[in-house]
Design a protein around this ligand. Structure first.
Ligand code: UGA
Length: 425
């Protein structure tokens, strides 16, 4: 099948590459010439394990191409997959201006039947609006089908997620595109869920909102564990062994970040409020998340009075391990807060050399702790729990280790004479 993917962002590049690898002929287009130029030379603007190799493989097989000629490409291809960004506006609602632009381009370039698939995360009602807009712009309904096909991939494991989906969700208005959609993603045994356009949009929001709810629940439980001097890890084990609850998304810590969970929660709340539906649970989920940094800073200042004069090292700056993405990273928010309080902040991250004013970034993990009064682990990169604590002890001035991701063994750290502060411990 011939597919034109519009938008060479995270979802666009990974989806285009995977679809090409499934054997389809895929063209990924974006107006940003510099991005397309580097992709054409095999340079990938995002870090995603295995992606560069897969792009090169599909280049060689002549199944994957990149272009900045958006209009011509949309005109030429029968399947258009929209994967442009839908960032947050100041009020928390989604900015749909890129979607708007693509819809206008599609409207002026439909000459024959097209299946238009929306992969971007869009608020409930958006795909109905796209359909209506095309009709109002004079496009006959026989000439197109709109499909709402949300994406559930995670950064860092995006390719694995595309190859092993736990479901494939399609919102349609008619049965006409269903045969093609089934062929498009003919891999694996994942169930197909067919629903309305708005139903598919809401499945995506419900999924991210539920994941965020689990994390805030874990964080609230960890707060309760703290005051009763109970180890949250024990609570986690008790929850995770119950198949009705499941073991995923129950790690307590600095809270959730990234380009999706916080943005989608705000957008869902906005969509609900617009229809006069209150979102008490989602509000609490966001409030807990928004106060996690405060909580860890107060843990630190209880153990280390006069925090403002101190040198603090933060390990991990990305919003989660396995990515170089800093968008809405709780670690960055924590670092900024420490700087604002007057601390001298040192950072180390295995993937990112942070460039932020008043922050010293190190390329050596151990050098970053030299003379520091405290070390905070803000992202649970694997190498942190395999750390050489003797080296840390010999370099640090102070002895406080704040494990804000519950990822290192407190007993090991204490054996080295360090003062361990953990999550719900
Ligand atoms: C999330 C969803 O997991 C994907 O299914 C979805 O497709 C994607 O958003 C999206 O909408 O595009 P992602 O943002 O890549 O994926 O990252 P997650 O692995 O979900 O982690 C999000 C945040 O939650 C991270 O900051 C992570 O540290 C935090 N988290 C995760 C916790 O604090 N505790 C946990 O137990 C799990």
């Amino acid at each position: 099948m011939r597919i034109c993917v519009v938008g060479a962002g995270y979802v666009g590049i990974t989806t285009a590459t995977a679809l090409a690898d499934f054997g389809h002929e895929v063209l990924c287009v974006d107006r940003e010439h510099s991005k397309i130029d580097s992709l054409t030379q095999g340079k990938v603007p995002i870090y995603e394990p295995g992606l560069e190799e897969l792009i090169n493989k599909n280049f060689q097989k002549d199944r994957l191409h990149f272009s900045s000629h958006v209009e011509e490409s949309i005109r030429d291809y029968p399947i258009i997959l929209i994967a442009v960004g839908t960032p947050s506006k100041e009020d928390g609602s989604s900015n749909l201006s890129f979607i708007n632009q693509v819809v206008k381009i599609i409207a002026s370039n439909i000459k024959d039947y097209k299946i238009i698939i929306t992969k971007s995360t869009v608020p409930p009602g958006t795909n109905e609006w796209i359909h209506q807009t095309l009709v109002e712009m004079g496009i006959a309904e026989e000439l197109f089908d709109i499909v709402s096909n949300p994406e559930f991939l995670r950064e860092g494991t995006a390719l694995w997620d595309i190859y092993h989906p736990n479901k494939l969700v399609f919102g349609t208005k008619t049965d006409r595109p269903i045969k093609v959609l089934k062929k498009l993603y003919k891999r694996g045994n994942a169930p197909f869920i067919f629903t309305s356009l708005t139903g598919a949009e809401l499945i995506k929001y419900a999924s991210n909102a539920f994941l965020a709810t689990k994390i805030s629940f874990a964080n609230e439980m960890a707060r309760i564990c703290d005051v009763y001097e109970v180890n949250y890890t024990d609570i986690y084990k008790g929850l995770a062994t119950d198949p009705r609850i499941g073991r995923h998304f129950l790690n307590a810590g600095l809270g959730f970040g990234g380009s999706c969970l916080p943005k989608d929660l705000s957008s869902l709340k906005h969509s609900a409020l617009r229809q006069n539906v209150e979102t008490k649970l989602l509000d609490a989920v966001m409030e807990i998340n928004d106060t996690q940094i405060e909580l860890y800073l107060s843990k630190l200042s209880m153990a280390l009075p006069d925090l403002a004069d101190k040198q603090i090292t933060v390990w991990g700056v990305t919003y989660k391990p396995g990515t170089d993405d800093l968008r809405s990273s709780p670690a960055i928010a924590l670092i900024k807060q420490l700087v604002q309080m007057g601390c001298r902040v040192h950072t180390y991250d295995p993937m990112v050399h942070l460039e932020l004013s008043d922050v010293s970034s190190y390329i050596d993990q151990y050098e970053s702790v030299t003379n520091s009064d405290a070390l905070i682990i803000a992202t649970e990169w694997d190498q942190f729990h395999k750390c050489n604590w003797s080296e840390v002890v010999s370099r640090m001035k102070g002895s406080i280790i704040l494990d804000a991701r519950n990822c290192i063994d407190g007993k090991t750290v204490r054996r080295h004479g360090l003062h361990y502060l953990g999550v719900g411990k």
